[in-house]
Ligand binder design. Structure first.
Ligand code: ADP
Ligand code: MG
Ligand code: ZN
Length: 607
């Protein structure tokens, strides 16, 4: 279940959160709880729901910011049951509307919608009910264009208003109002008339995506002055996040074993890079004794629908899909999401892994990561006809941040994800929750910080000098710096370079990570060249190479703790995480993300 409200709300936003103000006992509290249990059949409120319902029943305008699956609907549906008159809900999607109306009617809460597909005769029935002295409908769902364009609808609303039966306006997906949002809908703009035409009717705004900018824009357009704001953390406390390194051969049996041992008869989603991978993996999993079916855009609409329906109804449990699967999927008991390949951005990862655990029960996110998949994904992005040169850069940047996320073995996974969504997250929340602590928090004892300031400058220097003469791959640079004796290096006389072998004390993997950090900081840049089948990524000096020498900040990477750390420069400054600090505090209470060196590749991943 969801842990009680844990104060994880965003600190980086300056907007105030009014949650605490409404954590009280009211005259309506008893009857409100009765409706929760009796009408909705629910045991408890989820975080913020109770406070939002209180504020709503107290006639305030409300702005509700909650992640998808957080339970926004109850926040207006429960007040609608308790308030005399009709609650008007404006929602952009017809599919969502009819789904909601069906659910409400099944709970014996009289509800209706007047979307374009409703027959004239049915509309007449609804209109008649609404015209009664005591309207026979509690919740009326409308699309925004109805409110503006339909004369009949306007008259009906005016009629309700005059009789004092217009209880509240609810605007779902309210970010659609703002041009700054990602899903602007011009029709929504017309909703600015609501406050003008119905000055005393409270408005509730709901969304899962709103930056401060969008929120202000929305409130301005709607002409709302004294709004009560409720911001729930986007942290998903019941999901355990893990990144696993993927070794090409054994991964399918790994996934099969994982599913068999841990998720017998439990629903799950396995995401793959492309259609082919889906088909292959679904088949392979079945060969390993796990019944799985593929789902992707290459299948006919009807077979996709069939697969989705069977999965939704628990006829089979494992769906192997491309990212085409997911929009509007609302299965509450998905127990795990496996990424068989790297997602295209951290945000995409958050959304995709977030399809697990909507019911609040402990759920799992596994990300199988291999650098080879990143190269494959880059190629797929490049081959996509819709990718212009400009968007290509953006895609690559997103992907690079995703790589950083995967490579990062020290920062809290939640911290990293939420930073991308503009929320600052206190790592202690993750550390404290033993069952769902992320892999990095679980392993925090095994890490130590390695200062690689000198190494990162040397590597930049090496690239600068060598790139003038030839195309360099990452691997090539790693080999030179490590002092590898392979033929390619010796033949080209790279062993004569003054920095040859300067990194012999580091593992190749760690050298790779320092290079990636340099790429991320744009001290280096990479470019992709398609040679026949395979794209090759070359590295050269980037625009920020010079600043590497002028800043006096440290560059650090995390490495696994070694007992014999002769070769490592373990930093002892107060800003770093040292092994001793860690073993002395059992709960790591003193360790927050702010304690990290600001220049570590870990924290730069989120800047
Ligand atoms: P959102 O609109 O925020 O994405 P919904 O309102 O659709 O979320 O709710 C998501 C799921 O959570 C639904 O299946 C809903 O029935 C369930 N839910 C909401 N509130 C509660 C609660 N207090 N207890 C249990 N389940 C809840
Ligand atoms: Mg919703
Ligand atoms: Zn964590």
């Amino acid at each position: 279940t969801f842990t009680p409200y844990e104060g994880g709300k965003s600190k980086s936003h300056s907007r105030t959160d009014n949650t605490l103000e409404f954590r009280k006992v009211y005259p309506h509290t008893d009857v409100m709880n009765e409706v929760l249990h009796g009408k909705f059949g629910l045991q408890n409120y989820r975080p913020n729901q109770e406070e939002i319902i209180n504020a709503s029943l107290e006639q305030h305008d409300c702005f509700v910011l909650m992640p998808t699956g957080g339970g926004k609907s109850l926040c207006y549906q429960l007040p609608a049951v308790l308030t005399p008159g009709v609650t008007v809900v404006i929602s952009p999607l017809r599919a969502l509307i009819s789904d909601q109306v069906d659910k409400l009617n099944a709970l014996d809460i009289p509800s209706a919608h007047m979307c374009a597909d409703v027959k004239k005769s049915e509309i007449d029935v609804i209109m008649a009910k609404l015209a009664q002295m005591e309207p026979g409908i509690k919740l009326l769902y409308l699309t925004p264009e109805k409110i503006v364009a339909s004369r009949n609808t306007c008259d009906m609303l005016q009629g309700l208003h005059k009789r004092g039966k217009l209880a509240r306006f609810v605007i779902d997906e309210v970010h659609c109002l703002s041009q700054w949002g990602h899903d602007f809908r011009p029709d929504y703009k017309q909703l600015s008339c609501l406050r003008r035409n119905y000055p005393k009717v409270p408005i509730m705004c709901l969304t899962a995506t709103a930056t401060k900018l969008v929120q202000e824009d929305v409130l301005n357009i709607l002409n709302i002055r004294n709004v009560k704001t409720f911001i729930r953390s986007f942290n998903r406390p019941n999901i355990k996040y893990q990144v696993l390194s993927k070794t090409a051969k054994i991964v399918t049996s790994d996934i099969a074993n994982l599913i068999k041992s841990k998720f017998h008869r439990k629903s799950g989603i396995v995401y793959c890079l492309c259609r082919n991978d889906c088909d292959t993996l679904a088949k392979d999993l079945s060969n390993f004794g796990v019944r799985a079916k593929a789902y992707h855009a290459g299948m006919s609409g009807s077979s996709r629908e069939k697969v989705q329906r069977e999965w939704m109804n628990d006829i089979f449990h494992v769906i192997v899909a491309t990212i085409a699967f997911g929009m509007g999927i609302d299965k509450p008991d998905v127990r795990y999401v496996i990424h068989n390949s790297v997602p295209k951005s951290v945000e995409a990862f958050y959304q995709e892994s977030g399809r697990a655990g909507r019911d609040g029960e402990t759920s799992y996110s596994y990300l199988f990561y291999s650098p080879g998949d990143v190269i494959r994904l880059k190629k797929l992005i490049q081959m996509d006809r819709n990718t212009t040169k400009k968007t290509l850069e953006g895609h690559f940047e997103n992907l690079q941040q995703m790589e950083q996320y995967c490579d990062n073995k020290i920062d809290c996974r939640r911290y990293l994800q939420l930073m991308h969504l503009g929320e600052k997250f206190d790592r202690n929340i993750c550390l404290k929750n033993k069952a769902t602590a992320c892999d990095n928090c679980e392993n925090i004892k095994n890490n130590q910080i390695m200062d690689v300031t000198k190494e990162s400058r040397q590597l930049a220097q090496l690239v600068k000098e060598m790139a003038t003469r030839e195309n360099l791959t990452m691997l090539h640079i790693v080999d030179v710096y490590k002092g590898s004796k392979i033929k390619k290096i010796i033949d080209r006389r790279h062993d004569k370079h003054s920095l040859y072998g300067a990194g012999s004390h580091m593992s190749k993997n760690d050298i790779h990570r320092v290079l990636k950090d340099l790429l991320f900081k744009k001290a280096l840049k990479d470019h992709c060249v398609l040679t026949g089948e395979f794209p090759i990524v070359y590295v050269k000096p980037g625009p920020n190479m010079q600043s590497l020498y002028s800043t006096n900040s440290k560059v650090t990477i995390s490495v696994e703790k070694r007992t014999n750390s002769k070769a490592l420069n373990v930093t002892n400054s107060s800003t770093s995480l040292t092994p001793d600090d860690l073993s002395s505090t059992s709960d790591y209470q003193s360790y927050t993300p702010d304690d990290q060196p600001s220049t570590s590749n870990a924290s730069s991943a989120t800047s």
